[in-house]
Design a protein around this ligand. Sequence first.
Ligand SMILES: [Zn+2]
Length: 352
Amino acid sequence: MEHSEIIIGGDTAGIEWRVPVFRFKGSDAKAPSVYIQAALHANELPGTALAHFLLETLREAEADGAILGDITVVPQANPIGLAQSHFGEMQGRFELGSRTNFNRDFPLIALAERETLLENLDRRSAADRLKRTLLHTALGADLVIDLHCDDESLQYAYIDDAFWPEATDLAAALDMQAVFLSDGESSAFEEAVGHAFKHQGGDKLSSVPGRLAVTVELRGRRDVYPEMAKADAAGLWQFLAGRGVVSDSAHRAKDYAGPAIPLDNIEMVRAPEPGTVLFHRDIGDTVKAGDLLATLITRPGEPDGTLPVKAGHDGLIATRTSARYARRGEDLMKIACHEATRKDRKPGTLED
Ligand SMILES: [Zn+2]
């Protein structure tokens, strides 16, 4: 194993950011290579915990000669966000200086243009340099896994149609309860990787066998526990074994039994008015159209001071906000539905 660091100079004097990178050299040149990254949104730590335990397993595997493909792991990808403490709370999603999302505005390039990512890096901001260096590193691999989490959430993933259904093995290995089939139309890290994989010269590819770019949502932000992280690491190991990145004679492929849902079928339940949120239903619940999901206390103490929020469609509650006060229009839940719930969705991911 090679342990190195990506070093990024800060935007002010005296600051330098360091991103640890772990690399394992595979013994079989024909085996697929993999890039695994965690906590690009710095306050999403289930992936960092997973990567910690996976690295332990990979070190043992290396000693046993079981690493077949090249493996790169970046367990804590965003030291800039990690350091942003604002009024006592980590701000790991947006860069405070530019107000940009750490997981948006990745350059959409063809795979052959990979080296252009590193051109004129010293003229770019630290956040841009971080993004370009991570993307450049990832594009050296065949399989790219970006580990995030939601707020309160089931285990699910965003997977571009181009990699589905080949990626059912990942969904099964990580015991996902849903897969959201994305359209590859945003500038998130995973979509920039997918863009490069689909643009390898000639026409855009609609399917890219042997490649993968995925955003895994490892449940909720507070779902960081030793046994959970070890089980997730073991699941990811099983995926790697199934793809022939590592060798494990005990590997048995599992079937994925959960739903695969186009983004147009995700009902975003929003608060029509501001208020204190009383949830009646939780993640993992199956609901019917018309079911009461939450009551908003919009005018506390007044008769008729509440507003019911009901499900618009039948489906599975995949995520829920952890906040108990909702501003007008704020997202309360995502429900994975059997049918299209709206026609007004802009291409790209569901939220900023
Ligand atoms: Zn995230």
